[in-house]
Every structure is written in C-alpha cells, then in structure tokens.
Design a protein around this ligand. Structure first.
Ligand SMILES: Nc1nc2c(ncn2[C@@H]2O[C@H](COP(=O)(O)OP(=O)(O)OP(=O)(O)O)[C@@H](O)[C@H]2O)c(=O)[nH]1
Ligand SMILES: [Mg+2]
Length: 267
C-alpha cells in the first residue's frame, strides 16, 4: 500500500515516460476504488495523458449492474472498459483497441489503481500468461514498478497499488479489499460492517451453519469457529482467527457483495 507521498515519489519519474494510463477498478466497488488523486496528479503534471477506467472482476457482478456502471462513468466523460482478468473476458477487445489506436512506437501504458484491484492480473491476461508479474490475494503484493513488452510498440507498466493519503479508515480499506486481514488492528469492526452488508442466509450457506433470528455477531463468530475448528487451547473459539477468516472470504468473494451506481436507485 502506498500513500500519496510515496505515490508521488514512485510515479514522478515514470509519469514522464507514460503515454496512456489504465486505472483498474474493482467492479464490486468501482467508486470506492476510483482514485481521484491519480487524475488530479495527471491533470497537473501531464494533462495530455489519456486515462481509461478498467472495471475488472466483471465475473463477480451481474451483467446488468456492469452496464449501469459503464453508463454512469460514461456520462461523466470517462472512457471505460469492463473486463475479467481472471476469466479472460474483454481482454482481447481491450488489446485490439490499443493495437488499433496506438500508432507511435514505444508507447508506455501505465497500469495504476488501488491495491488488489487486479493490475498485475490484467497484465498477465493481456500477455496471455506469458509474462508473469506476480498475482496474489494479499493486497500490496506488487512492490516495484515493472515494464513488460506487450507488442513491438506497446509496453505495459505494472505498479504498486495506491490509496489516497486522506483515506485512513482501516475498516473501509478492508471492505474495499485493499488491506489484508492480518494487518488490521480491529478485525471485529470490519466483521460488524460485513454483517450489515450481506444477508444472514449468505453466512448460513457459506459456512454451513444455522443462525437464529436474534443471533448477533458473537453467535455468528462462535458458530463459524466451532464449525471449522478455529479453537484456542482449552476448546474456546479463537474469535480473532474467525474474524480474519470472514474478512479473507469477503475479500476473495466467497461472501458475495457488490455496490450499485448512484443512478441505479432512482429507477
Ligand atoms: N474474480 C476475479 N478475481 C480477480 C480478477 N482479477 C484479479 N483477481 C484476483 O484479485 C486478487 C488481486 O490480483 P492482483 O492482480 O495481484 O491485483 P493487484 O492490483 O496487482 O494487487 P497489488 O499488487 O497488491 O496492488 C487476486 O486474488 C486475483 O486472483 C478477476 O477478473 N476476477
Ligand atoms: Mg500487483
């Protein structure tokens, strides 16, 4: 994870040789993972650079919701592509677009975005897995800038994920899957938030447990802990371990959730 200061240190140089930027968003929460700081930085420093939004993880959300998100961003003047780097959806179209529109040799496409949105996965998908840059479900995995050849003219630049400097709420970061469970000071707060965002039936299905109407967080953790044997010596449930398990499952989409565009509610 990088704050604004780190981001500027890292990008000040690379931005000078960048022609196009792809900002990778997590389709589950595209507004929450859209980094305005990058846009402002580019406008101030290299306004001629075109920024494209790439809604990744399209496999996770319904097609109709993706259509709405595309419409939402387009009406705000953004160029946007929807892809699934994991399942190779929309990848050929994206590649064709750049092959068609890029005429100049040595065009550098900088891939940026929040941690864990799938920047490295996108590069691996575009190169058909031939160039391994390293993919992980641990946010903050990519730590250095890497330049990869896509075609004779086009180079892709992988970068570490960045979070705006004013975003300091670890609960929100965990919900956006850009902070790993092990780093959290208060995993319980994150689980409480998850508990308000998804239906209890989903917990029941995912963890094969039964919840009573008046069961709260404590009972949820207790039942999952017992079901999966997350126990401390003495046989009591290891609550923190269970909280981290839930957060990991949330981040890996074992617990399903996605946000809707603001315009969606008006229908
Ligand atoms: N379901 C789904 N998961 C994806 C997709 N693309 C990437 N992922 C998963 O998202 C996680 C993060 O992928 P990375 O490519 O490492 O993400 P990154 O943006 O490079 O992350 P950092 O280097 O940590 O900033 C991994 O677990 C990937 O398997 C996708 O299209 N669909
Ligand atoms: Mg990466």
């Amino acid at each position: 994870m990088r704050t604004e200061k780190h981001w500027k240190d890292i990008f000040n140089t690379v931005i000078q040789e960048t022609d196009i930027i792809l900002e990778v968003l997590d389709a589950r929460n595209p507004l929450g993972t859209h980094n305005r700081m990058i846009e402002d930085f580019v406008k101030q420093n290299r306004p001629e650079i075109e920024i494209y939004l790439i809604m990744n993880k399209a496999d996770i959300i319904p097609k109709s919701v993706m259509q709405e998100w595309k419409r939402f961003f387009k009406t705000q003047g953004y160029k946007i592509f929807a892809v699934s780097a994991r399942f190779n959806r929309g990848i050929i179209e994206l590649e064709k677009y750049f092959r068609r529109t890029v005429i100049r040799s040595n065009t550098n496409i900088l891939i940026v975005g929040y941690p864990n949105t799938g920047k490295s996965s996108l590069i691996e998908a575009l190169t058909r897995g031939k160039k391994k840059v390293g993919v992980s479900n641990r946010a903050g995995y990519t730590r250095v800038i890497k330049k990869i050849k896509l075609t004779n003219k086009i180079y892709l630049i992988d970068t570490p994920g960045v979070i705006p400097i004013d975003e300091t709420n670890e609960m929100e970061m965990a919900i956006k899957s850009c902070m790993i469970a092990d780093k959290l000071e208060d995993p319980l707060a994150v689980v409480e938030s998850i508990y308000t965002l998804i239906k209890r039936e989903q917990f029941e299905r995912t963890y094969k447990i039964q919840l009573k109407d008046d069961d709260g967080i404590d009972e949820l953790i207790e039942k999952i802990g017992k079901r999966y044997g997350r126990l401390k010596s003495g046989g009591r449930v290891n609550e923190v371990e269970v909280q981290k398990l839930i957060i990991r499952d949330w981040q890996n989409n074992k617990l399903h959730y996605y946000t809707l565009p603001p315009s969606y509610h008006q229908k």
